[in-house]
Design a protein around this ligand. Structure first.
Ligand code: HEM
Length: 127
């Protein structure tokens, strides 16, 4: 049952990557790729591997470190996907953030940055 959660996450990411690249990918395909790897692979696994029930790691300190590293990786991948589509639209001479997808996508990137920046700060509590 615990393994099933990981398989579902990786299966969904694999499906999106397959649809994005098959039969032939375009330069655009990097946008869903970066987003899926960021949010589905890194972020979901960051939560699952942190959870005592779903993680094969028993040492809590190690789980926390892994959680931080994977959340930072999720943000880097998501930002890469955002920068990529921004550049692509620039080079096509298109305007930015003109659809609901773009609006909520941008909001997601801002919220994700906020959460990921806040997380590591918890490791260094103030006076
Ligand atoms: C959580 C995942 C995603 C986020 C945060 C996200 C974010 C964004 C953002 C911010 C833009 C606007 C860029 C701009 O206006 O300069 C955009 C555009 C776009 N995205 Fe995504 N995206 C995600 C996943 C996907 C996926 C899986 C697809 C589908 C294959 C996709 C397809 C597109 C397309 C076609 C555009 C250009 C049209 C538009 O601006 O709406 N995105 N995305």
């Amino acid at each position: 049952m615990e393994l099933l959660a990981h398989l579902i996450v990786l299966g969904m990411a694999g499906f999106i990557l397959a649809v994005s690249w098959y039969p032939s990918g375009s330069y655009f395909s990097w946008h869903p790729t970066f987003m899926s790897v960021g949010y589905l692979v890194f972020m979901c696994e960051a939560v699952l591997l942190f959870h005592p029930k779903f993680s094969p790691i028993s040492d809590r300190g190690l789980r926390v470190k892994l959680h931080v590293v994977m959340q930072v990786s999720a943000l880097i991948s998501a930002l890469a996907g955002g920068v990529h589509i921004y550049n692509l639209k620039n080079s096509a001479g298109k305007e930015h953030v003109t659809t609901w997808h773009a609006f909520f996508g941008l909001l997601s990137l801002i919220m994700t940055s906020w959460v990921v920046i806040g997380g590591p700060l918890l490791l260094y509590p103030g006076p």
